[in-house]
Design a protein around this ligand. Structure first.
Ligand code: UDP
Ligand code: GLC
Length: 383
């Protein structure tokens, strides 16, 4: 099957990393069209997935934009829509992986008469999107998409609550290759030494730096935890949230935590870094649509504490294979951190359960089969 994938981002967020795994089995015949250039393109090339940058013009619509701005940017999108419609003629279906890709893909699907699949990686709720943007996404998906793939029950539920069609929506979780998350003891020790943290209790936070990812909650919790507890913040402000980065640095200074918080920036050795941690924290203040980092930490055999909302609640069962805490409550997080520092054996059991559960539930082969069955059904191919 020839698939034209569309994604608005030049940078590799979770939706883009997921797309690499989905596109890989189709790489002989597919094309990934991006609306911005950047390191995501390099990752696609490394994975031998054909990629083309479809526009050099920055697309202005922001998550909070108004209807008027929305219409304005639609005019700006017309050349891109027409270009995508022409390319789509050579493909069997259009697979939109992000919101702006949906806007372009929907109209290109109409013009080229190719079916549209929308992979919904977002929770379409007021916390994440303006009313206008929710309305645009739902209207286009309802009118043009033959299939909506939601990355969790939480994303599907929010889509339907926003008016989305339940009959075309299927849930498929992100898949992972568990082999990539195994590290050897010597490398892990070496990495802890390199970080200068060999004798510390290391909490890892692996997310782009963005207010709703809640790095500030972890920093506040740290101030209430034992002084041997240190945090590494792994990730960058991928989508221009520089004010938040400054705010985090100021918070660290004002709490006197300079020696206990390390900003490592964006890294591509996530499994190794996770394996070097004693605990991985997820602290999103708004419901997480899915939460790749939670699964990845579990696959590394590390204890996880996640913010109890959205997709995180589908991944972790509290006190069975990880910890769930009320979002935005540093005090509660600090309590879990204390438990992990003190009750090493109990925590190790949860981590081991987490690894088993993640391997069983998020296997890349199984997930890719689910996707190919759905796409084949759409194309009328028996699988
Ligand atoms: N990630 C990475 N390098 C970093 C920080 C994060 O490769 O420095 C990866 C991380 O391993 C995960 C993804 O980025 O696979 C983030 O996905 P997630 O679903 O957790 O959140 P998103 O950013 O998509 O909302
Ligand atoms: C989005 C979501 C994240 C999810 C990822 C992959 O980026 O914010 O929660 O894990 O997509 O589906």
């Amino acid at each position: 099957m020839k698939i034209l994938f569309l994604d608005q981002s030049g940078k590799p967020g979770g939706a883009e990393l997921c797309l690499i795994d989905i596109a890989k089995p189709y790489r002989q015949d597919c094309l990934v069209g991006l609306f911005a250039d950047g390191s995501f393109r390099d990752l696609l090339v490394q994975n031998q997935i054909p990629v083309q940058i479809l526009t050099n013009q920055e697309i202005q619509v922001r998550k909070e934009s108004s209807f008027a701005k929305g219409l304005g940017s639609l005019t700006q999108l017309l050349p891109l829509i027409s270009k995508v419609a022409k390319i789509a003629i050579d493909y069997d279906l259009i697979y939109a992986n992000t919101q702006k890709a949906l806007v372009v893909g929907a109209l290109a699907s109409f013009l080229s008469r190719r079916p549209l699949v929308y992979h919904l990686h977002d929770i379409l709720s007021p916390e994440h999107f303006s009313k206008t943007n929710r309305r645009i996404a739902v209207t286009l998906a309802n009118r043009f998409a033959s299939l909506v793939i939601a990355n969790s029950i939480a994303s599907k539920t929010a889509f339907i609550e926003a008016g989305g069609r339940a009959d075309v929506t299927e849930i498929v979780y992100n898949g992972f290759d568990s082999k990539l998350y195994q590290s050897n003891e010597t490398d892990v020790k070496q990495l802890r030494r390199e970080l200068g943290l060999e004798d510390k209790f290391i909490i890892g936070h692996f997310s782009r730096l963005s207010p709703w990812k809640g790095q500030h909650i972890l920093i506040d919790a740290l101030a209430q935890s034992d002084t041997q507890v240190t945090a590494i913040l792994v990730g960058d402000a991928l989508f221009g949230e520089q004010d938040y980065v400054q705010q985090l640095h100021q918070q660290v200074t004002s709490l006197g935590l300079e020696n206990r918080v390390k900003f490592l920036g964006f890294r591509d050795d996530i499994p190794q870094l996770m394996s070097a941690c004693d605990l991985v924290a997820h602290t999103s203040t708004a419901p997480e649509p899915f939460g790749r980092v939670i699964v990845e930490a579990m696959l590394c055999g590390k204890p996880v504490v996640a913010a109890k909302a959205g997709g995180a609640m589908e991944i972790v069962t509290h006190s069975v294979d990880g910890f769930l805490v009320t979002p935005s409550q540093p005090q509660k997080l600090a309590e879990v951190i204390d438990t992990c520092v003190q009750e090493v054996e109990k925590t190790a059991i949860l981590a081991s359960n987490g690894r088993k559960s993640a391997i069983a539930r998020f296997d890349i082969e199984v997930i890719n089969t689910q996707i190919s069955n759905l796409l084949n059904r759409l194309a009328g191919i028996n699988s």
